[in-house]
Design a binder for this molecule. Structure first.
Ligand code: NAD
Length: 266
């Protein structure tokens, strides 16, 4: 703890976004973290509303990082890459929840992880992180003769598909099968795709309304089926997990961590 019981002074990126707002709201109910900076695009709506005592609200990423022990990033791949590069030069820990990251974005995170601790997770909820262990166990026990499929549903504004969480679940199934995910994945189907090959892992995406996030892993056996589902009904669960990760990360050695490290589930 630094002072007064505060474990982490936090810079929130994208405070005008759905998750940025949820992080700020969740932090207001906690004693162990304090939001000290909020950094958004210069043209973002609602930044002015954040100018309250003790919070540096601006478009100046470097100033926001300097004012904080750790940053929380739920923005976009381009923004997350730029933030990781800025944080690397300042050796600032990060908690990164942005999904849809490409190889260049991952490379920027890897550079940051060489000089500071970072927690990267496509889903910060306790339930989904437990679900990863459950689906892996189910896949290992049932084997590839039970057809495994993942279906995810999200609100209409979500940009990337499949969701990062669906990919984590599908990779956990592949790990349970002892398979290389890249060799067995099938992201949606269209047209004459032929009969389903043994061991294929299908992922399908549904978009609509204001659904925060739903994931189901199904295992189809002969005349029976197992389904393992998670449904989020508030973004507060992701925000609370990210704040917990931020408090956990401060003072840790450089490296890349995930929510299983934070939750002590490894
Ligand atoms: P959103 O569109 O509501 O918010 C994105 C925010 O990023 C906006 O405030 C935008 O102004 C800001 N932004 C964009 N460029 C920026 C820049 N250069 N600097 C600073 N801010 C910038 O999106 P959202 O629904 O809040 O989701 C954001 C990301 O988080 C998505 O990738 C989503 O998939 C992911 N997400 C992850 C989890 C998780 O648990 N890991 C949970 C929910 C959402």
């Amino acid at each position: 703890m630094t002072s007064g019981g505060i474990a982490a002074r936090v810079c929130v990126l994208g405070p005008s976004g759905r998750m940025g707002r949820a992080v700020i709201e969740a932090a207001s109910g906690r004693q162990d973290v304090a939001i000290t900076a909020a950094v958004d695009r210069p043209d973002a709506d609602g930044l002015g509303g954040l100018v309250v005592a003790g919070v540096l609200a601006s478009a100046d990423l470097t100033a926001g990082l300097r004012a904080s022990d750790v940053y929380i990033d739920f923005t976009s791949p381009v923004s997350s890459r730029a933030a990781a590069r800025a944080a690397a030069s300042l050796h600032k820990p990060g908690v990164i929840g942005t999904t849809g990251l490409g190889p260049d974005d991952e490379a920027a995170l890897a550079d940051l992880a060489k000089v500071a601790p970072i927690v990267v997770a496509a889903n910060f909820s306790l339930g989904v992180n437990l679900m990863l262990g459950l689906v892996r166990q189910a896949a290992r026990a049932l084997g590839p003769d039970w057809d495994a499929e993942v279906v995810e549903t999200h609100h209409r504004a979500k940009r990337d598909a499949p969701s990062g969480t669906a990919l984590m679940i599908a990779r956990a199934i592949a790990a349970g099968h002892g398979a290389d995910y890249e060799q067995v994945k099938r992201h949606s189907r269209d047209g004459d795709v032929g009969a389903r090959p043994r061991g294929e892992i299908g992922v399908a995406s549904v978009r609509g309304g204001d659904v925060i996030g739903e994931h189901t892993a199904s295992f189809f056996g002969p005349a029976e089926r197992i389904e393992i589902s998670h449904r989020a009904s508030s973004r507060g669960i992701f925000a609370a997990g990210a704040l917990r990760a931020a408090a956990w990360a401060v003072g840790k050695p450089p490296g890349r961590y995930d929510m299983l490290d934070v939750l002590g589930l490894k």
